[in-house]
Design a protein around this ligand. Structure first.
Ligand code: ZN
Length: 289
């Protein structure tokens, strides 16, 4: 067996490497963790004294930035999109009435060009304001991040965070899509639920997908992308209505649930209430969604 300190110095994705080594032997990170933790403490030569400190060392650092080109892509895609009982195009137009008339332009390239021009001028006028908000988001999230990552470590049984960029891009549209692959997401600059909730929500998606794809490999291979998305949203709605995750959500968080998934959310909440077990919740969602 290799000592913890060797792992720390040799590998970037320490826990992933360990998982890969343990898997052929029918062992898991969970069963190995207590041993690994002890090695880690020894290797740190007294700098790390608890599991909590160890996890905080490995928590992702989320940054908030502007990304005008991403907003252009989102405008073009979401102007015509409906999903989960939400009309995204309608939301965009409510905020930016001028895009309402541009949506009706039939020629795709012409429409794209005019949307691009509109976004350019919006950013030209509002850039200082958007930059201030990005800084404010950075400050607000910093205050909550430790508490959040600690609560997630408990819920996900010390499962490691997947690697990625972890950037929250400010958006002038209230669509808030994410990129699961590179771990980036958009956050509406005037989001009524606030930066802490939106960020916590997206981070929960990132760890949920990574965890489920590993632990429920067979089931997740079989289901459609749409069903997977539904499961992930119902999962979030459930977790954010109970402690400790509810601490990071606004008081009436149900307002942000997808209207089309109400029935499944209600059922899943009952399961979570009694079991508080993430695996049990995911298996239930696979059945009812
Ligand atoms: Zn979501």
């Amino acid at each position: 067996m290799i000592g913890g300190s060797t792992f720390v110095s040799e590998f970037k994705e320490v826990r992933k490497e360990i998982e890969n080594l343990l898997e052929p032997h029918g062992l898991s990170w969970e069963s190995f963790f207590p041993y690994w933790g002890n090695f880690y403490y020894l290797g740190s030569k007294g700098n790390i004294k608890s599991d909590e400190e160890m996890f905080l060392q490995e928590m992702p650092q989320i940054k908030f930035k502007l990304n005008k080109n991403l907003d252009k892509r989102v405008a073009n895609n979401f102007l015509f999109l409906k999903g989960g009982g939400i009309d995204f195009g309608k939301g965009i137009i409510k905020d930016h009435p001028k895009l309402g008339s541009l949506r009706n332009i039939k020629q795709r390239e012409k429409r794209k060009k005019l949307i691009s021009n509109y976004i350019d001028s919006f950013y030209q006028i509002h850039r200082p304001q958007l930059q201030n908000i990005a800084q404010k988001f950075n400050r607000e999230w910093r205050k909550k991040e430790k508490e959040f990552f600690n609560s997630i470590a408990k819920i996900f049984k010390n499962y490691p965070w997947p690697k990625g960029k972890y950037i929250g891009y400010l958006s002038i549209f209230n669509c808030n899509p994410r990129n699961l692959k590179d771990k980036t997401f958009q956050i509406y600059y005037k989001h009524p639920a606030g930066v802490v909730y939106v960020t916590a929500h997206e981070l929960l998606h990132f760890i949920f997908y990574d965890y489920s794809e590993k632990k429920f490999k067979k089931d997740f291979k079989k289901i459609s992308e749409g069903k997977l998305w539904k499961i992930s949203e119902v999962f979030n709605s459930v977790l954010f209505s109970f402690k400790p995750s509810s601490k990071f959500a606004p008081s009436k968080v149900e307002k942000f649930d997808y209207p089309a998934f109400k029935k499944e959310i209600k059922k899943a909440k009952r399961i979570w209430k009694t079991s508080k077990d993430v695996d049990k919740l995911i298996s239930t969602l696979l059945e009812i969604c």
